[in-house]
Design a protein around this ligand. Structure first.
Ligand SMILES: C[S@@+](CC[C@H](N)C(=O)[O-])C[C@H]1O[C@@H](n2cnc3c(N)ncnc32)[C@H](O)[C@@H]1O
Length: 515
């Protein structure tokens, strides 16, 4: 359900690459001179908040991004604390299986059987020892062991000694970061699920599913994509300025950035300051959005003056892009069933200067089907009458598993199940079924998801097409530049599952209503 992060957390992800230890790199035990008392206490508070966030995200199945926002505001962390907190939380979530694999090699009992706070404390310690170069490993051990004292566990002295012993054993043995090559799929195909699952920290059921569908190499490519750190990508708001102006503003502010390879509207921020702190952000110069997401509104081919429905619109990334492509002329009706998300959409409309949008809180699952739309005796109170006029184009950016954006929401890997995909399939088909008939004959609908799993993509389109021969599939190829033709599958749909442009995994199909 979630697309690229829209909060400032996404922007804090840039950092000095030298602070990160890559798998296989050697560990430094050298004490750094910048470990002042102030820095130590800052690190300690960031660690304490990180532990709370990781525990809450697991227990209550929360989104890490939301919990990070809440917890860091409550703890009044400054920007440097927040950066460390972000690094710890996302780093641990992204490398969870690999950390457990390493810890299991030095602990005298399985990590999975430990009380949850101890599990997370060990992962936090291991991540700092194995990945972060700016924190001396011995300091990381000491500060991490201190976290045990803040827990509500009985027998804290026992757990303090245990965490200390495991992390010190890890310090002594940290030369082998990745699983043994004998279980690497390229060398030994007998245990590919375990090897990929550990190496890329993906749950085994997910890896198994991908191996069955794509083979070992295909699954490995997908796992690599999920494990990678995503780029910080922005979309220039053409209502306010052009891409070249955005790039020169960044250059003047010391922010290194480059145009995206496919999207004509995108900019990738490589390093430098925080773009959200520039006045241009508040003035609506850009929106934080992955490149794949930027391509979806273009597949619809919106024109100035048209009437367009954005059926699942919040927080408004694609709505505001549609209005920019329409040069603010014509009308966009934006619906979402979530009042809080619709509030975000309205804030984004204001910030980005999108003036041709009417937005409504509305649950599409209650939209009357085609034969009942016009002959109801009394419309429901919340029914937007604007839906009675046919639309030229419709975007249905459907709620989905968000498998394609797992690299941005690593906690979600551990919150999903294969079973949820069949529920999503039913609801996606139902939404497509209900919205399709709002199009005028000759109109175009684009169905999109930030997932490329077949249940949510090709299978939805196949079942919809079988039931509705009046909708004709059209290839998205003409809507994309030549460089992006590799993103069009053999059926003419957009699919960025594994791609050469470092985009998230999106799917989109385009259908035209013939009668
Ligand atoms: C993938 S997100 C949309 C992202 C949005 N298009 C953007 O680019 O910013 C899907 C949205 O569908 C909304 N949604 C889910 N079920 C819905 C329903 N039955 N009716 C209306 N909106 C729904 C969710 O609240 C969520 O905001």
């Amino acid at each position: 359900m979630r697309s690229a992060p829209a909060s400032s957390w996404g922007l804090l992800r840039q950092r000095d690459d030298a602070t990160i230890r890559r798998p296989g790199s050697s560990r430094s035990l050298v004490k750094r001179p910048d470990q002042t008392a102030q820095a130590k206490s800052r690190h300690r508070s960031a660690r304490t908040v990180a532990l709370d966030v990781l525990g809450a995200v697991e227990d209550r199945r929360l989104h890490a991004e939301d919990e990070l926002d809440r917890a860091s505001a409550a703890a009044s962390l400054d920007q440097r604390d927040r950066a460390l907190l972000l690094e710890l939380v996302y780093g641990v979530l992204r490398q969870r299986s690999l950390l457990d694999w390493r810890l299991n090699r030095v602990a005298d009992r399985p990590i999975e059987r430990l009380p949850p706070p101890i599990r997370w404390i060990l992962r936090l310690g291991a991540y700092q020892i194995l990945w972060l170069t700016k924190i001396p490993p011995r300091a990381a051990v000491h500060e991490t062991v201190e976290l045990v004292r803040g827990t509500k566990l009985h027998n804290r002295d026992h757990w303090t000694r245990f965490v200390n012993a495991v992390l010190r054993a890890l310090l002594r043995s940290s030369d082998m970061l990745l699983p043994d090559p004998s279980s690497d799929p390229q060398i030994n195909p007998i245990k590919p699920i375990e090897a990929l699952s550990v190496r890329y920290s993906c749950p085994p059921w997910m890896v198994e599913r991908w191996i069955t569908r794509l083979g070992i190499e295909g699954a490995a490519a997908l796992c690599r994509q999920v494990a990678a750190e995503p780029p910080l990508t922005l979309r220039v708001n053409r209502i306010r300025l052009q891409q070249a102006e955005l790039l020169s503003t960044f250059q003047a502010a010391g922010i290194a950035a480059r145009p995206t390879e496919v999207s004509p509207d995108g900019v990738v921020v490589e390093r430098g300051g925080n773009p959200a702190e520039l006045p241009l952000f508040r003035k609506g110069g850009f929106y934080i959005e992955d490149e794949a997401a930027q391509l979806i509104p273009r597949l619809l081919g919106p024109k100035p003056g048209e009437r367009i429905l954005d059926a699942c619109a919040a927080p408004g990334g694609k709505t505001t892009h549609l209005t920019a492509l329409m040069e603010n002329e014509g009308e966009v009706i934006a619906l979402d069933r979530s009042p809080s998300r619709l509030r975000l959409l309205r804030e984004n409309l204001l910030r980005l200067g999108a003036t041709n949008v009417k937005s409504f809180v509305y649950d599409l699952a209650t939209l009357p089907r085609a034969d009942r739309l016009h002959d109801r005796p009394q419309p429901e109170a919340d029914f937007p009458a604007d839906l009675l006029q046919p639309f030229d184009r419709i975007l249905l950016d459907a709620p989905c598993s968000a498998f394609g954006v797992l690299r941005r929401h690593p906690e979600a890997k551990w919150q999903k199940s294969a079973e949820s995909l069949s529920d999503l399939h039913r609801s996606q088909l139902d939404l497509l079924d209900r919205t399709g008939h709002l199009l005028r004959p000759g109109g175009v609908i684009v169905y999109s998801t930030c997932s490329t799993e077949p249940e949510e993509t090709t299978q939805v389109i196949d079942r919809f097409s079988e039931a509705h021969p009046e909708f004709v599939r059209e290839s998205v190829a003409p809507e994309l530049p030549p460089v992006a033709q590799s993103l069009v599958n053999a059926r003419g749909e957009f699919c960025s599952a594994v791609n050469a442009f470092n985009m998230d995994g999106f799917f989109a199909a385009r259908l035209r209503r013939s009668s």
